[in-house]
Design a binder for this molecule. Sequence first.
Ligand code: PLP
Length: 357
Amino acid sequence: MTRAVATIDRAALGHNLARVRAMAPGREIFAAVKADGYGHGAAVVAATLAEAGVDGFAVSSLDEALALRWAGIAAPIMTLSQPLDGPTLAAMGEHAISPVVFDAAHWAALADYRGPRLAAWCKLDSGMHRLGFPANEAGALATRFADLAAVDLVGWMTHLGCADDPTSPLTLHQLACFDNATAGLPGKRSIANSAGVIAWPDSHADRLRPGIMLYGSSPMTDRDAEALDLSPVMHLTAPLISRRDLPAGEPIGYGATWSTPEAMPVGVVGIGYGDGYPRHAPSGTPIRLGDAIVPLIGRVSMDMITVDLRTAPGAAIGDRATLWGRGLSADTVARAAGTIAYELFCQLTPRVQFDII
Ligand SMILES: Cc1ncc(COP(=O)(O)O)c(C=O)c1O
């Protein structure tokens, strides 16, 4: 009996890429595959999307970019949050990786750099106040880039802090700020994450940087993945490894946080926080077994969780429960567990077996 298995559905990735294209036709698409392809496996995700014609990839760091190159990915790659020093720029030049310049601390290394020409992006802070130069410095930054010996400024980018809220006034402010700051300056523009692709056409610009929607989850506060016609790429299952009938009033698991309200069947599923299932998921978090939802009861252990089998009294040892995926969206589970699907995906541990279909 195989323990936790994450099945990665390559066809679903292709479908979700087509959804990005349908929502923002004619734009460059740089798929965000940082954090090991949002926990799905960056190499397989990138190879699948490259085959489907994506234009390039966005990763966090040089290490993540190099891992893609070692995996045979030849498409353009940009690093979103890699600090830039001399050795980093040398490696980027050697492997044709595009740096994003986001801090004045990078200038010294950029000025000294003499390797193969680098296609750099400049990140502006339009109001999220995480990374980037103050947007009103764009003109001066353009002049500064023009003085660099071996670095070409190919584009301007910014990131939206509240695009998941379709009524966000901050997003309107950020779009206006970025537009004003870059008006008249040469170079491409890139603004949109998944929420931008879905809800903010004015953010589409030249290059999209979708992440979570490619994996089949909705970033939006007002629409779920099904409503957006996105297909889950990861299907996480684990087997029922034990079941028993308990009388009323019996406590379940560590801390005895839940007790049987009546005589009932209780099951144990072979997945826990040692596999990346969130320990903070409360009793009631949905788990699917066949056609039934068998809610989590009691605390999540390292290797096991306990489920309420009253809705699936015929469940047998070896039956596989779905933690998230087809029939139970990761967004629903994440909401119940007080987190986001991004974190659920990224937290899976090496103990989980990955099957690629
Ligand atoms: C700068 C930047 N662009 C794009 C993305 C992709 O975002 P999402 O997964 O919400 O589409 C991220 C993700 O955090 C990011 O940090």
